[in-house]
Design a protein around this ligand. Structure first.
Ligand SMILES: *[C@@H]1O[C@H](CO)[C@@H](O)[C@H](O)[C@H]1NC(C)=O
Length: 188
């Protein structure tokens, strides 16, 4: 089993590219948010570590506590996409009030400077505006002990923003993550 995992690791390491798409369904007449350009480097992203993220898009519609989020996360395991369950708010989780998470920034008054310096808010509500975050460095200093399963591998994540029954924003990304400091796959 471990030998297979290791082999797969070699395979996955060779296709280390990040792909993304905006996945708002064509049936959504009025999306709240769309993305036109997203970049993430390095590939694979190394955690803990520094990563560079750039985002361009548009917020078309005011939103706040009227939206919820559904996140679907899968990991490639032996060539099969396997659902990563929700654990301590990471994985395939439903967030009934995503604003609640962001309110931590409000309480501590520490919106990441990479965002504020480009005029981007980090707490609800969000107002119509263009999103223009040039490639900026974000540091993940450590991984919560409860997220140790977030090991090296290829992941795909789809985040849907939902208002009523409509998906009003949707982002899909597929990327490789590498855990730093450990022996890669058998980390743990
Ligand atoms: C991120 O980069 C800074 C500056 O190079 C460095 O001091 C820091 O240790 C890096 N963080 C991690 C988690 O590697």
């Amino acid at each position: 089993m471990k030998a297979f995992v290791l082999l797969l690791g070699v395979f996955v390491a060779c296709e280390a590219s990040m792909t993304w798409k905006d996945c708002v369904p064509a049936t959504t007449a009025h999306p709240y948010v769309t993305f036109t350009s997203v970049s993430v480097s390095p590939s694979p992203v190394v955690l803990p570590g520094n990563m560079t993220i750039g985002v361009q898009g548009t917020v078309y519609h005011h939103f706040g506590t009227d939206v919820r989020m559904v996140v679907k996360m899968d990991k490639l395991l032996l060539g099969q996409w396997t659902k990563v369950p929700c654990s301590q708010n990471v994985g395939s989780c439903n967030y009934d009030n995503p604003c609640e998470f962001l309110s931590a920034f409000k309480t501590s008054g520490t919106c990441p400077p990479q965002l504020t310096s480009h005029g981007l808010p980090c707490t609800c509500p969000f107002n119509p505006s263009s999103i223009n975050l040039p490639p900026s460095v974000f540091e993940v200093a450590q991984i919560n002990a409860a997220w140790q399963w977030l090991a090296t591998g290829r992941f795909r994540v789809q985040a849907e923003m939902i208002h009523g029954h409509d998906i009003v924003g949707c982002f899909h990304v597929e990327m490789d993550i590498k855990r730093s400091g450990g022996g890669g796959f058998l980390f743990g």
